[in-house]
Design a protein around this ligand. Structure first.
Ligand SMILES: *[C@@H]1O[C@H](CO)[C@@H](O)[C@H](O)[C@H]1NC(C)=O
Ligand SMILES: *[C@@H]1O[C@H](CO)[C@@H](O)[C@H](O)[C@H]1NC(C)=O
Ligand SMILES: [Zn+2]
Length: 462
């Protein structure tokens, strides 16, 4: 009799072991925007015009140890981020996505290419130390050095020979994970700003199409990874002003991207981008309006205020099925910058901002569930979902939409999330928030799952 139990025990143990190994994690870090001149009053951020709000010299604030909402990231902030990731080393971290813009905007313009490469080397060394047994997959941003050969050399420990070849040529590559279904494709989104017939851009499209076709035949799944996301900025009202217009996909490349995602939606199990410095997402629809794919946009490590506002520094860790690539959940980490700076001992305490599943009451990340979440953001009255989304959008810096995000602002977010195509986005913006209000979204009939969610929240609060 006992051996029946014993065999049962072994079976259960084996099943548990297998699911443990299949569930793994990967970090997504982006937009570090390293500012090496921290605290140097004459250079970089900390220039004499640094605090432009103060009129007199002695009103100028000094910068905190971990940086400032008007400046790019100092080394101390980046080091504390790496310590936070190091502390989760036991979590079966499989790889790291590092989606570009490693250097400060100011440096990117002014510094000599060799100096930029040295600074990038400093960051690369730090990440190698932090992830001594994992691979980091870097994507190029527009504020990164352009010397692709040198960068390839710098990252040769992470990039296999095949990947190195296309990287050195065009700044894009794929990671062929032979024993696994999930493949990783890293795009050079800088090419999405080029002209329609640009040779390098055309070459990237051709390569991407070939690779996706092959993976589809082989029944593989893929992640698409890059710096700049397709579509519009959810925090920017309407269309980009001239100064920012060069930091988006051109209409041609945007359409082309959407076309490809629709065509290969059955094997694309995730799209990961940075660039906007905000925490948001995109839903991509098929020809007949069915949600077919999604992109998740991770917030930046730099807290620097842009015309769209500042944010707290963020780090994200995804939970996924290592074989199929199916994304199961993610946890967003953040540093409350003003709190970190105010501590006398000065230890930066990164903490969990939220975990997707419990924050939004959604148990899986699919085109459908994200489509439903986007719809919930449009409810007009007392909208817990929009409040939560809006708080996360700036990594918990601005948390009160009633003060800083009116109906038009909320509508802008909704349109950017659900209309990646520029023409559709423009059309969506014209549909006034009031028109939305008269549709079915106005009277949210409380359904069972919402009641369950609220009960759970109440229980957690208690
Ligand atoms: C970057 O690394 C170089 C060489 O190791 C070092 O001299 C320099 O101080 C580092 N710079 C920063 C800003 O950490
Ligand atoms: C860090 O923050 C967490 C959550 O906000 C808090 O529980 C913890 O006590 C803090 N730790 C330190 C050392 O301040
Ligand atoms: Zn960028």
């Amino acid at each position: 009799m006992w051996w029946v139990y014993f065999q049962g025990f072994i079976l259960v143990a084996a099943a548990g072991r297998e699911s443990y190994e299949r569930i793994a994690y990967f970090w997504h870090i982006t937009d570090i925007h390293f500012n090496p001149h921290h605290g140097d009053a004459k250079k970089g951020c900390g220039r004499s015009e640094y605090d432009s709000v103060s009129s007199t010299r002695n009103q100028r604030r000094s910068m905190g140890k971990y940086g400032d909402y008007t400046c790019d990231a100092p080394w101390e902030l980046i080091e504390s981020a790496s310590k936070t990731m190091m502390n989760r080393q036991n979590d079966n971290v499989d790889f790291v996505l590092w989606t570009g813009d490693a250097l400060s905007h100011n440096n990117a313009k002014k510094l000599h290419e060799n100096v930029k490469l040295q600074l990038l080397q400093n960051l690369t060394d730090l990440l190698m130390k932090t992830f001594s047994s994992q691979f980091v997959f870097p994507a190029l941003g527009h504020d990164d050095p352009m010397a692709k050969k040198e960068l390839g050399k710098m990252w040769s420990r992470w990039l296999p020979t095949d990947s190195m070849h296309t990287f050195a040529k065009g700044g894009y590559y794929m990671i062929d994970r032979k024993m696994l279904r999930l493949q990783i494709i890293v795009l050079n989104t800088n090419l999405m700003r080029r002209g329609d017939n640009d040779e390098e851009a055309t070459e990237q499209w051709r390569w991407l199409h070939t690779v996706l076709e092959k993976f589809q035949l082989d029944r593989k799944t893929v992640y698409l990874v890059g710096h700049m996301p397709p579509g519009s900025h959810e925090r920017q009202r309407g269309f980009p002003q001239a100064h920012a217009a060069h930091l988006v996909y051109t209409d041609y490349h945007n359409r082309k991207y959407l076309e490809l995602v629709r065509k290969f939606a059955d094997i694309i199990v995730g799209q990961f981008f940075g660039h906007l410095h905000s925490d948001t997402f995109r839903v991509i629809y098929g020809e007949r309006g069915r949600p077919v794919s999604w992109a998740l946009l991770a917030p930046s490590i730099t807290p620097k205020r842009s015309s769209e506002g500042a944010n707290n520094p963020g780090l994200r860790i995804y939970k996924f099925d290592k074989d199929t690539g199916q994304v199961l959940d993610y946890t967003q980490y953040y540093l409350d910058l003003s709190q970190a700076n105010s501590k006398s001992k000065g230890e930066a305490n990164w903490s969990i901002e939220y975990t997707f599943s419990s924050y939004y009451g959604i148990s899986e990340i699919t085109p459908n569930t994200l489509h439903q979440l986007a719809d919930k953001l449009t409810a007009v009255n007392h909208n817990t979902f929009f409040d939560r989304y809006y708080t996360a959008n700036s990594v918990k810096l601005y948390s009160n939409p009633h003060q800083s995000c009116d109906a038009n602002c909320a509508h802008n977010h909704y349109c950017a999330i659900t209309r990646v195509d520029y023409e559709e986005f423009a059309h969506c913006l014209k549909t006034a928030a009031s028109a939305l209000a008269s549709s079915s979204f106005l009277v949210p009939v409380p359904n069972l799952s919402l009641i369950v969610l609220i009960s759970i929240l109440v229980i957690i609060k208690v």
